[in-house]
Design a protein around this ligand. Structure first.
Ligand SMILES: Nc1ncnc2c1ncn2[C@@H]1O[C@H](COP(=O)(O)OP(=O)(O)OP(=O)(O)O)[C@@H](O)[C@H]1O
Length: 885
């Protein structure tokens, strides 16, 4: 057996091998060590190999999915190895022969189809990255992606700058890449930063010479011309995906359509740092909760939720489809009366695309079929409700298309499924029991034969009781003996002596009972078994017929599922707009960016939940004005904690929401299409990649200055903060000039360098803005209101006080500040360099903290009313002693 194991393991070196033994999947050697640790299960040993113990651990087959789920979540791949013959067959070859086994499935993070392993509301993409040389030095990349559980398959050619951004958008669970590329300079940053697990595959997967043939062969086509003119690097990536799918599905070919070419420029480019900073679908700490998606997602179907996440991750950069989506949301906002009916229908909608893909991969069960059947019910209900609305007002284009897709569902198939499938569905197809009676005559006959025999057996118990005179005689069934007659031990003798021993044949003696069979019983049992086997055979063939019928209509079913998702998303966004008072933004191809009373969608909700003061709405106008041809730059100064970062982020989020087709948290908004969004907000160390905070900041700023154009929106928060004051100030200064003169992008720039505010005298499109605060008895009160002008001071010390810095440190900081401000007026450089800031304040802090606190503590516990004169006297001495030291 070990020989067999090692052979199979050698063929699957990069997967944990789940080796089937009876009711367990066992893991051996290093696999066992890794899995026992990852799963927290006991590591044992079994037998020896080359004189050493073999480490082993195992998981029960019936609970395997739970363990698989955890391993896949940790990024492991698993090869599932099953027995491929009956143990009885193996025995025929000799008592010691090993049952044949083979890997029947490779489970990898990007190729999942099981509901239990998938999150209904998230897509699960597999991606492939191909690379070719282009021009003298340059490299061109091909990126392909596939959602195996829904069949969504796309491809794109792009340069290195966009590769990271697009991979971050797709948010694949697994990325395959040729093994020789994995360590390359251009790929390393991706493997370090993305959430995906990278799977190296042999170079041959990406072979450019055979790529097209592989696609043609897969789709049974003689040319791909009808599907677009793919570049070579696109073909390489797309065919590598197919090769990997064939490898992991062991040759099973999920039905796909040729990959859709995505033309660059159709969506807003958002690089991975911006995406992460803005916490679109996940927060910086990796949680879904608290992300923008979690706040806006009111969808009720898995497909709708996945579509909403995809739209949020890829806001459009083309006008018409944005307007069409807005029309759908607007229509549901106006016709709110129809929403409730449709919502009820949607809540009952099954996840058809995932059921479909399991059926196609021959992994589907009766419940997947019934999901398609109930999909028809959902479709009919939706059509009814839409039709009633239709008579009153005409549907906007996107919804009209959805309605057309729903009505294209093949009704005969729906009828067939509801005729053929029973109401209650078993989990597995192997025991039958899912075909409705009345659907197939021969099946019904066999079933009644089987059931009749069962009834006869049930009546035998009474006959035998009468015949033997033993009232307690029982007819029972188990898997080893089949049907048998059982009597208690003290009644057994009667059956074993004449005349009853002619009828009752002894089978088994237990402690308290003895079991017999009869020819009559054996006969009936044989009849039941043969009818039962025939029943199952007929049911399985009906299953196959139904599956073929479903797959023949799969394109129509997928389109209907897509339509359901469109309805779900549109209704969800309409409800969102209504509940939260969002407005329909005016999106056009101008360079405007004019938000009136905008709010931060996530902070607004957080404040509401806390019961804090309501969110203060703010305007933001970056539109070109008068003779200025390009967008404006707002330079934001203002105290810490005043709300600058919130303001910056809210405007980026409003742009994203607007271009994904949603309404936005504002009273009014006018947005000229944004082609690229850059946001450098807050700094986080990237120690894993050996970069300091400042280095990360500079890398991201470089990307912005190199790529932003006049259609871009740039959000920069505190550039240069992580280095010496003058270096930082100079970098921020030069960055603003570049944005103004070269990039000419619409931009929001927040800074603590008040020196920058003089720039507006030189740069005509630069506007100073600040956040209003009120000073009250030495403390600062934040009004969160953005107003024109520059901040006079930072109020950093007041904020530090609010944060609870010791009083001594605050007092000393005020001294130092005063000193610096005076010095600054004379010779700023000298002051900053000369003052031993840190050590001075630390010494002072120790002084001020240690002494008064001891005195205070003692005083605090003294209660004069509860003291005798003598005690009071002693306390005084104690205080005095404390004072002296
Ligand atoms: N418009 C607003 N209305 C109400 N509360 C707000 C508003 N903007 C911000 N806040 C509150 O103020 C807090 C601080 O905001 P934010 O982080 O944006 O300040 P900041 O000026 O960027 O500070 P720092 O310079 O320290 O980064 C937020 O967490 C939020 O609770």
């Amino acid at each position: 057996m070990m020989e067999q194991f090692i052979e199979i393991k050698t063929a699957n070196p990069d997967s944990l091998l789940f080796y089937r033994m009876g009711d367990f999947y066992e893991l051996f050697f290093d696999d066992a060590r890794e899995a026992s640790q990852a799963l927290g299960i006991t590591l044992t040993k079994r037998g020896k190999h080359l004189g050493k113990d073999i480490p082993m651990c195992g998981v029960p087959v019936h609970a395997a999915e739970g363990y698989l789920e955890r391993l896949i979540a940790l990024g492991y791949k698993v090869a599932v190895c099953e027995q491929t013959e009956d143990p009885a067959e193996a025995k025929k070859r000799g008592a010691k022969s090993v049952v044949k086994r083979d890997v029947i499935r490779l489970i990898t993070p990007g190729t999942l189809t099981e509901d239990s392993l998938l999150d209904a509301s998230s897509s699960n993409y597999l991606a492939a990255v191909a690379r070719v040389k282009s021009g003298d030095e340059g490299q061109l990349y091909g990126l392909s992606w596939l959602e195996l559980s829904t069949g969504d398959y796309g491809v794109l050619a792009l340069d290195h700058l966009r590769l990271g951004a697009e991979l971050a958008r797709i948010d694949a669970r697994e990325v395959i890449i040729a093994d020789h590329m994995l360590m390359d300079e251009d790929i390393r940053p991706l493997t370090d930063t993305l959430r995906a697990s990278f799977s190296p595959v042999p170079r041959a997967f990406f072979d450019g010479a055979t790529a097209e043939d592989r696609l043609l062969d897969y789709f049974g086509l003689s040319t791909l011309d009808g599907h677009g003119h793919y570049q070579r690097v696109e073909l390489m990536a797309a065919s590598a995906i197919l090769a990997y799918v064939e490898k992991t599905q062991l040759g099973a070919r999920p039905p796909l359509n040729p990959p859709q070419r995505e033309l660059s420029g159709r969506t807003m480019a958002i690089d991975s740092a911006t995406r992460a900073n803005l916490e679109l679908v996940r927060t910086l700490s990796g949680d879904k909760k608290g992300s923008l998606l979690s706040i806006i997602d009111q969808t009720v179907t898995g497909g709708g939720s996945r579509m909403l996440a995809a739209r949020l991750s890829a806001p459009l950069a083309e006008l018409d489809p944005i307007l069409a989506r807005q029309d759908s949301v607007g229509w549901f906002l106006e016709n709110s009366w129809i929403r409730e009916d449709l919502l009820e229908d949607l809540k009952a909608a099954p996840d058809m695309p995932r059921a479909l893909s399991r059926l196609a991969l021959d992994r589907g069960g009766p419940r997947d079929m019934s999901a398609i059947r109930s999909g028809f019910a959902t479709v009919f209900a939706l059509m009814d409700h839409l039709a009633s609305a239709h008579t009153e007002t005409s549907l906007p284009s996107e919804l009209a298309r959805a309605q057309a897709a729903l009505s294209a569902m093949p009704q005969e198939l729906g009828q067939l499924l509801s005729n053929a499938l029973d109401d209650e569905m078993p989990l597995q197809k192997r025991d039958g029991g899912f075909v409705r009676s009345g659907y197939d005559e021969s099946l019904d006959e066999l079933r009644s034969l089987r059931d009749e025999s069962r009834r006869v057996i049930a009546s035998l118990q009474a006959d035998y009781a009468e015949q033997t005179g033993i009232k307690s005689v029982k007819v029972k069934h188990n898997n080893v003996l089949g049907y048998f007659v059982e009597v208690t031990a003290n009644n057994a003798d009667r059956l074993m002596t004449a005349p009853l021993n002619e009828t009752f044949i002894h089978r088994q003696t237990l402690a308290n009972a003895v079991r017999f069979t009869t020819t009559e019983l054996a006969d009936l049992e044989a009849r039941i078994a043969s009818a039962g086997a025939k029943v199952v055979a007929i049911e399985l063939s009906i299953f196959d017929q139904l599956r073929d019928a479903i797959l023949a209509s799969q394109d129509l079913i997928k389109q209907a599922a897509q339509a359901i998702a469109v309805l779900d998303v549109s209704i969800a966004l309409a409800r969102l707009a209504e509940e939260r008072n969002y407005c329909r933004p005016r999106v056009d191809d101008s360079l405007a960016f004019d938000i009136h009373n905008g709010r931060h969608p996530v902070v607004e909700i957080a404040l509401q939940k806390d019961g804090s003061d309501p969110f203060v709405a703010n305007d933001c106008d970056l539109s070109p004005k008068d003779s200025h041809l390009h967008g404006r730059i707002w330079l934001m100064t203002g105290p810490n904690m005043a709300g600058k970062s919130t303001f910056l982020r809210q405007n980026a989020l409003i742009a994203i929401l607007a271009q994904m087709g949603s309404f936005v948290p504002a009273d009014a908004a006018h947005i000229g299409l944004v082609d690229r969004l850059f946001s450098r907000v807050g700094a986080a160390d990237d120690l894993a990649r050996g970069r300091s905070t400042f280095m990360v900041e500079m890398v991201e700023t470089a990307a912005i200055l190199n790529q932003a154009g006049e259609r871009s929106l740039v959000i920069l928060d505190e550039i240069g903060r992580g280095t010496a004051t003058f270096d930082g100030l100079s970098i921020a200064w030069a960055t603003i000039e570049n944005l103004h003169e070269v990039n000419r992008a619409r931009a929001l720039f927040a800074t603590h360098y008040h020196e920058l505010t003089v720039l507006h005298e030189k740069l005509p499109r630069l506007i100073n803005a600040t956040v209003k605060v009120k000073e009250w008895q030495g403390d600062v009160v934040f009004l969160h209101q953005i107003v024109p002008g520059a901040a006079d001071r930072s109020y950093g010390i007041q904020v530090a006080k609010l944060a609870g810095l010791p009083d001594g440190v605050i007092a000393r900081a005020r001294d130092v500040l005063q000193h610096l401000e005076e010095g600054d007026r004379q010779s700023p450089a000298a002051t900053i360099d000369d003052l031993p800031l840190f050590s001075v304040s630390m010494q002072k802090q120790e002084l001020v903290e240690a002494e008064p606190d001891a005195l205070r503590d003692t005083l605090q516990v003294i209660d004069p009313d509860d003291m005798s004169p003598r005690e009071a006297h002693e306390a005084l001495y104690k205080l005095k002693a404390l004072l002296q030291g």
